[in-house]
Design a protein. Structure first.
Length: 354
């Protein structure tokens, strides 16, 4: 269950509190080195402490750019720097003999800035829930019994299920794999989101668990198949994924639905079957993607909880049961138009199981 206070994700709020404490302690320790042990003036001690905190915060964000599944963010850097500055202001007030009122005003202004930056970070996190798990007791079979036959899809591939009373929550148990199961982000695995999505759906249909070893073997086998039969393994559109699934895995009940409305996503998921969605990866805004994120991406939709869509997103090792706001996901869904740089020109498309 996703923990919240109002609409604020508790996990993100706790992270920011931890960062505030970390950089406050860092600033305090550096300040003591200069002020107590080197007998530097109050001004110089504060200046050196702040400079080192700024550089350390920058190195931390820079380091995250090169770590798979992490991302360096300007706002996070600002938050850490302001945290250090705020604590240094407390030390200034404690040790200063003059103009304490002015220093208290500066302290309060800094506190307002820190709160504003923290609020903006948490507000951005509301668009993407990294926790995103629904209570596991819900069974997909139970979902089907709740919705009945009133929302079964029509035969036309461009049609959507008819209106019906949808359950509040749906979670389809689809085995998860990252597209780089062993975190080997080589040229093959960097482009393997489509293959990983197909593998997850295949193992869901076969009702089999999916180990890292099995996932990596299946992904590489699909890549070999594509190279031999299509000449390339890079960037498959929705129909090509359907054809590949049929030819390689003999999955014959997949179809592409084009030009659908965002409400149709939940209607299809309510049928108890996962969806593969091609997307403009950078529009998803997933903070776990290595910055700036993939231009083109494919992920498996496994359920919903209100206006949150639950996914198995192979682009990050934290992708199991990862949630996106419905509006954000729908806006990001685009079929591959033949050029990654024109991904936002691609049609709305999703691959469903009949």
């Amino acid at each position: 269950m996703r923990l919240e206070v109002g609409n604020i994700p508790v996990e993100m709020a706790m992270r920011k509190v931890a960062h505030f404490l970390e950089f406050s302690i860092l600033a305090f320790l550096i300040f003591r080195i200069f002020f107590k042990f080197h007998n530097s003036s109050l001004g110089k001690s504060v200046a050196w402490s702040l400079l080192i905190a700024i550089l350390y915060a920058f190195s931390d964000e820079l380091h995250q750019i090169f770590v798979p599944g992490r991302e360096g963010k300007f706002l996070d850097w600002v938050f850490d720097v302001v945290s250090a500055f705020l604590f240094l202001q407390i030390l200034v007030i404690y040790y200063a003999r003059k103009n304490k009122l002015i220093k208290i005003i500066i302290l309060l202004a800094t506190l307002v800035v820190l709160a504003g930056v923290g609020y903006e970070i948490i507000k951005q996190a509301e668009n993407i829930s990294p926790i995103g798990s629904v209570q596991k007791e819900e069974k997909s079979a139970g979902v089907i019994s709740q919705i009945g036959k009133s929302i079964l899809p029509q035969a036309n591939s461009n049609s959507s299920p008819a209106n019906g009373n949808l359950p509040a929550k749906v979670l389809i148990k689809v085995p998860f794999t990252s597209q780089a199961p062993f975190a080997n982000w080589d040229a093959y695995h960097e482009e393997a989101c489509e293959e990983a999505a197909i593998v997850m759906v295949k193992y869901y249909l076969d009702k089999k668990p999916l180990s890292k070893e099995d996932a990596d073997r299946e992904i590489m086998a699909l890549i070999d198949f594509e190279i031999k039969n299509y000449g390339s393994y890079i960037d498959s559109d929705a129909q090509q994924m359907v054809d590949m699934s049929e030819r390689f895995y003999n999955i014959t009940n997949m179809k592409v639905v084009y030009d659908f409305q965002k409400e149709d996503i939940k209607k299809y998921l309510a049928l108890g079957k996962p969806i593969i969605a091609p997307a403009a990866g950078r529009l998803l805004g997933n903070p776990n993607f290595t910055y700036p994120g993939p231009l083109y991406h494919a992920l498996v939709l496994t359920g919903y909880d209100g206006d949150w869509i639950i996914t198995n997103d192979s682009g990050t090792r934290k992708g199991q049961d990862y949630r996106y706001k419905l509006d954000i996901l729908y806006n990001a869904i685009h079929d591959f138009p033949g050029d990654k740089n024109k991904i936002e020109e691609g049609r709305k498309a999703m691959i469903v199981l009949e």
